[in-house]
Design a protein around this ligand. Structure first.
Ligand SMILES: Cc1cc2nc3c(=O)[nH]c(=O)nc-3n(C[C@H](O)[C@H](O)[C@H](O)COP(=O)(O)O)c2cc1C
Length: 374
């Protein structure tokens, strides 16, 4: 049988174990280190029986058994298995391999468990990390404690933004919803980027103005829009219907059963078209930039929703495969990064303003690691 080594393998020692990790298929297997030598016979298409003969000084029967075990674990692939992605992994992630794709694929479809009161206590048994850092011996300049001269509207939006998890269930008017989408995801202008062509500018900064992020919306309660999953067409400012069979319960299930997703008027799933970023930036560090860009979207979404009177919610706790399947994206060239939701909040959320003297006074305990108090 013709076999070839999977390209997404990383081998490492973990304590005393030699581990072979296929980060794309998310399998980790403890093997004898000789497995690495056997895998090295399969750089290219190789007949497994020929490979047994090629390994000098080893018992052919045990080499045959090892090949069968590697095959069974999906570390040696048939031509059909090897070409299953049509070269997409190499095209989208090849220049960032293995660092970025290893991190991305190895952390997909994580399980999200709420810590119990006991496990919370256990996690801080050795003390809580300090939430502030200071240099007690350093010369210091005390700064004036005066309210910043923000414009009224900006200051209000900034300090009233809170994550909301409860919504009234009232429909969001179409013009409010449309204004949110265009403000956060729509183009704010265009620039000429020479060889890279025309690029978009948005209200959020984006590394290299690559704007690799796309927005899909699961609509549940927006006036005049049928429930369904839509792609937001940025250029046209339109919603492109992808499917109508997405219930609130399904969306919530995909997001670790969070009630905020179930009760929101709509949920925006942010994806990244990887190649749009990778074509310019060839270092895996660009993956970090992609995550930062998604974070910028999250903040702009939250502030804009707040300015419109909506309550924003954001989460990274979702099942990548399920979300990507719902959106109809392949999870390789285009991957889900972030879920943003909004609806009419049931209340204003705890009011906040720049922390005053009284709350600064309460922070003293936080500047050093402290053991948990009863
Ligand atoms: C990247 C990111 C992921 C988050 N994920 C969740 C989540 O899964 N569930 C949740 O209830 N809140 C989530 N939050 C909300 C935070 O818990 C919240 O921002 C934090 O408690 C501070 O509250 P504030 O947003 O009102 O300032 C997330 C926030 C961010 C920025």
């Amino acid at each position: 049988m013709q076999l070839r080594r999977a390209v997404t393998l990383v081998c490492y020692w973990h304590h005393d174990d030699f581990v072979i990790h296929d980060y794309l298929r998310r399998t980790t297997t403890v093997f004898d280190p000789v497995a690495a030598e056997i895998l090295s016979l399969f750089d290219d298409w190789t007949d497994s029986e020929q490979a047994v003969k090629n390994l000098d000084g080893c018992d052919p029967e045990s080499v045959g058994q090892a090949i069968a075990a590697l095959r069974e674990r999906g570390l040696l692939l048939t031509p059909k298995e090897f070409g299953a992605d049509g070269g997409m992994l190499e095209r989208a992630w090849g220049t960032w391999a293995p660092e970025a794709d290893m991190f991305h694929f190895a952390t997909r479809d994580a399980s999200f468990e709420e810590p119990t009161p006991e496990s919370r206590q256990e996690r801080v048994r050795e003390g809580r990390p300090a939430i502030f850092k200071n240099y007690p011996g350093a010369d210091r300049i005390l700064l004036p404690r005066r309210p910043a001269r923000l414009t009224d509207e900006f200051g209000k939006v900034l300090y009233t933004r809170r994550t909301h998890r409860a919504f009234t269930g009232e429909p969001v008017p179409l013009d409010v919803f449309a204004a949110l989408l265009s403000t956060v995801f729509g183009p704010a202008g265009f620039i000429d980027a020479d060889a890279f062509g025309t690029l978009m500018l948005r209200t959020s900064a984006s590394g290299g103005a690559r704007h690799e992020l796309e927005a899909y919306v699961a609509v549940f309660d927006v006036t005049g829009i049928e429930s369904g999953v839509y792609h937001y067409n940025v250029l046209e400012h339109s919603l492109e219907l992808l499917r109508q069979d997405c219930s609130r319960e399904h969306a919530a299930r995909l997001c670790a059963d969070q009630s905020a997703i179930r009760d929101a008027a709509f949920v925006v799933f942010v994806t990244a078209v990887v190649e749009r970023m990778a074509v310019k930036y060839r270092h895996p560090r660009a993956y970090r930039v992609m995550l930062m860009n998604a974070g910028h979207f999250g903040q702009t979404f939250a502030l804009t929703a707040t300015a419109l009177g909506l309550g924003p919610f954001q989460t990274a706790a979702f099942n990548d495969s399920g979300v990507e399947q719902m959106l109809g994206v392949d999870g390789m060239a285009e991957v889900a990064l972030y879920a943003l939701a909004a609806g009419w909040p049931t209340g204003p959320g705890p009011a906040r303003s720049p922390a005053g003297l009284e709350s600064f006074g309460r922070t003293v305990l936080c500047t050093e690691s402290t053991v948990p108090r009863d």
